[in-house]
Structures are given as structure tokens and as C-alpha cells.
Ligand binder design. Structure first.
Ligand SMILES: [Zn+2]
Length: 388
């Protein structure tokens, strides 16, 4: 038994100011106001000293950590996220990997899941390979351009199998429905996300029947130019961003970096307003590519500490952990702590369909918790009922 007391409990719809959370084995056994919850004798007591207890964070789109990619060294990559309060994480594998790199990376990830920080890994986020190689950093290096070879596609889907929670696709790719149909047949619980794409709304909606429910990093790698009007006329076309904003079923991933380079503060606020509090998902898109470039590029004279870069200086993901993304979201939009945490816990859990197990503080759910201050400086991480 673990009892977290003297804490403000962050619930899905509200807060308990002076509360206690009880964990028994790997589950949340009880919670409530401190004077209503009896702490059993012999329980391990964690005095939160008035700080907040929130559900463990869920990062569904994360390429690496500690200067390592998940496909290379998943244990090392997971460490930094775990320490900072992420207790459920989907390693993202990108379209520039070859077939062999995908399968070897998946093998390493499967092995890492069994112990240590690797235990936070809850499946895979396949960022490709069937996206549009015109969009995104290094996308031109995609090893999966052109016609979708059905045998090679099936072989990848068979290999990744049921471990894939999200396949990111460009709905405009030729034969993408053949792929979606097969991926769904292999894993009926799989979700599709549109990303690295210039699709029109109707092309996206066509994939809803297979489970398209998410947009990969809204506002990034989604440029659309009106093909029939010269670009200097300045007529805005509609593309993936508008398709996501318009469709009320769809979730929008946001990368909220400290300088709002990926998504401008006004756009973060617009997405929050249009999608509502239940359909926003914060991600890190952590990408350790710039480890060889310690000086890093500068933006407006300031060093962008939490941005990822590829060698040509293009922005490529971030170097954040998800607690930082929550903090940035509050700074750029004025949203409160509870909502920022909702964007990083129950919303991604619902999108993936794992909200019966994780994503909020409820009796019977996994006791994955963080004790944090109001700026998301994480002080304690509890994983499956145990202090880490
Ligand atoms: Zn991406």
C-alpha cells in the first residue's frame, strides 16, 4: 500500500484540494479528501507537501531521448521521459528507416519493454512509412516513396503486428486504402492518423471507416498551396489542418515548444477553441537528431533549447519531455494546469482506446501517477503503484 497524502488531486473534471490517494499493488485503490480516506496501517506514506497529484503523462509521439532514438536504444531513450513523469509512451518510427531498420528497431523496443524505464513503452507509433515525402524534415529521404509494393507493405504490417497503436498516413497516397484495410485486418484496434500530407478533407474523411481519428502534429508538415491560383494571389486552400478542425471526431496533436516555433500561440489557442478541451493532444515529437550540433540554431537571437534540428538546420521535432510541453501550452495559451494535464493524459488515452487502464485518477485504474508543482516540475513518479 502506498498513500500519497497532503496533496491536491487533479481529476478529469475538477480537483480535490487536500486529498489522499491510495494505491494497492499496481492499482488506484481509493482517493478523496484527506479526512474521508483512511490510510491503512503500515502503508508507505508519501507526503506531497501540498503539491499536486496527477495521472502519469502519456506521450503518444516520441522518437527518442537522452540523445538516442528509440529504434537504436529504447531503454536509454525512455529514461529521460520516465524521470519527467511520462508513464505511457509510444516510440515513433519515421519514414526514413529502411525495412531492416524498422524490424530491428521493433525487436529492440519489444525487448526493452520488459524492464526498467522501457516498461513505459505501450506499443508503437508508426510515423509512416506511407506518408507524403514532400513534407517534413528529411522526408525526401523516405525509403518508401512511390507505388506501395503490396508484398513489402504486408510484410511490414505482419512484422509490426498488433504492437502498432497508430499508423500515420498521407491519405492522398495511391493505394493507401489497400494498406489501411490490411493494417486494420491485422489489428482491429489500430488507429490511423493523417500526417506529412497535403490531402484534401474528402481524402481524409474517406479513411474514417478504417479508424482515422487523429492528426499528426497539427500545423506541421501540412502545407497546402492552391494549385489553380498563382501563389502570390494569397488565396488559402483547405488541407489536412482544416479537415481536422472541421471534423468533431478527430483529435489534433500539438507540439508546444517554448518559443512556439512549431505552432504559433494564436494557432494553439485557435485549435483549443475549435477542437475543445477533449480533442487536443500534446506530444513531444522528441527527436534527438541535433546531438552533433551543440551550438544549435538561434531564433530571434535566442537559443531554442527545446527544438530538434536536422543537419540542414530545419526544425525537426523537439527536445522536450511532456511535462515541459504542458508548461509551454499554459504559457502560450493561458490554459490552466488541469487542462494542460488533460491534453497529456486522458485525451491521448481515449484516442488510443486505453482509457479503461490509464489517463485519469479513478479507482481500479493503473496507479501511474506524478507528484508535481504547478509548473510541472515533477517531484515523484509512481509507476504501477511503486515509487520510482
Ligand atoms: Zn513528423
Amino acid at each position: 500500500m502506498l498513500a500519497i497524502c497532503n496533496t491536491k488531486i487533479i481529476l478529469e473534471e475538477g480537483m480535490i484540494w487536500d486529498g489522499t490517494v491510495l494505491c494497492k499493488e499496481d492499482r488506484i485503490a481509493d482517493f478523496g479528501p484527506g479526512n474521508e480516506v483512511t490510510i491503512p496501517e503500515g502503508a508507505d506514506i508519501l507526503d506531497a507537501k501540498g503539491k499536486y497529484t496527477a495521472p502519469g503523462l502519456i506521450d503518444i509521439h516520441c522518437h527518442g531521448g537522452n540523445m538516442k532514438f528509440f529504434y537504436e536504444d529504447p531503454q536509454k531513450a525512455a529514461e529521460v521521459h520516465f524521470k519527467n513523469g511520462t508513464t505511457t509512451l509510444l516510440p515513433a518510427l519515421y519514414q526514413t528507416l529502411t525495412y531492416e531498420q524498422f524490424t530491428e528497431g521493433i525487436d529492440r523496443i519489444r525487448l526493452a519493454q520488459k524492464e526498467g524505464s522501457g516498461r513505459i513503452i505501450a506499443g508503437l507509433y508508426m510515423e509512416g512509412p506511407f506518408m507524403n515525402p514532400k513534407y517534413g524534415s528529411d522526408a525526401a529521404n523516405s525509403k518508401w516513396k512511390g507505388h506501395i509494393d503490396e508484398a513489402r507493405m504486408r510484410s511490414l504490417v505482419d512484422y509490426a503486428g498488433k504492437d502498432v497503436r497508430v499508423w500515420c498516413v498521407a491519405p492522398e497516397r495511391e493505394d493507401i486504402e489497400v494498406f489501411c484495410k490490411y493494417a486494420k485486418q491485422v489489428n482491429p484496434n489500430v488507429r490511423f492518423s493523417m500526417g506529412h500530407t497535403e490531402c484534401r478533407p474528402w481524402q481524409a474523411y474517406r479513411l474514417k471507416k478504417y479508424g482515422l481519428i487523429n492528426q499528426t502534429h497539427h500545423g506541421n508538415a501540412t502545407a497546402v498551396n492552391n494549385p489553380i491560383v498563382p501563389s502570390n494571389v494569397g488565396i488559402r486552400d483547405v488541407g489536412p489542418d482544416e479537415a481536422c478542425l472541421y471534423d468533431s471526431d478527430m483529435y489534433a496533436e500539438l507540439i508546444a515548444d517554448s518559443m512556439a516555433i512549431h505552432v504559433k500561440p494564436h494557432m494553439l489557442r485557435l485549435v483549443m477553441k475549435v477542437k475543445g478541451l477533449n480533442k487536443v493532444i500534446l506530444i513531444t515529437d522528441h527527436y534527438p537528431e541535433n546531438c552533433g550540433n551543440p551550438a544549435g540554431p538561434f531564433w530571434g537571437g535566442k537559443k531554442a533549447e527545446d527544438l530538434g534540428y536536422v543537419s540542414d538546420g530545419a526544425v525537426c521535432g523537439s527536445l522536450m519531455t511532456l511535462n515541459t510541453a504542458c508548461r509551454n501550452m499554459m504559457a502560450h495559451t493561458g490554459c490552466g494546469l488541469c487542462h494542460a494535464i488533460q491534453f497529456a493524459t486522458i485525451n491521448p488515452a481515449r484516442m488510443l482506446g486505453i482509457d479503461d487502464e490509464v489517463g485519469s485518477i479513478e479507482k481500479g485504474k493503473k496507479a501511474n501517477l506524478v507528484v508535481t508543482d504547478d509548473m510541472l516540475h515533477v517531484e515523484h513518479v509512481i509507476f504501477e503503484g511503486r515509487r520510482q
